[in-house]
Design a protein around this ligand. Structure first.
Ligand SMILES: [Zn+2]
Length: 84
């Protein structure tokens, strides 16, 4: 009967079981943008949960920042031209 030549090290043995606890996560689709999301959480892409906007996303902040920037710059130039 064949017998293992050497004792298998603890690291080698334990690395075999390292991925045993990993389970496949459930994935649902966002109702608003169809992006894959974890169920019962708000969508990170569009910020919607059950059809209601609950998060401000990175894209929202970018749009807002741009709007503030564009609103500020012409007003500043106008006030500068009035001063001259
Ligand atoms: Zn979404």
């Amino acid at each position: 009967m064949p017998v293992p030549k050497r004792k298998r090290s603890r690291a080698r043995r334990d690395s075999r079981f390292a991925n045993k606890g990993i389970k496949v996560k459930a994935i649902a689709g966002c109702l608003n943008c169809k992006d894959p999301i974890v169920p019962h959480t708000a969508c990170q892409n569009c910020g919607f949960y059950k059809g209601v906007k609950v998060l401000t996303t990175k894209a929202d902040r970018k749009v807002k920042r741009l709007a503030v920037k564009t609103a500020k710059t012409p007003a500043k130039k106008a006030s500068e031209s009035q001063a001259e």
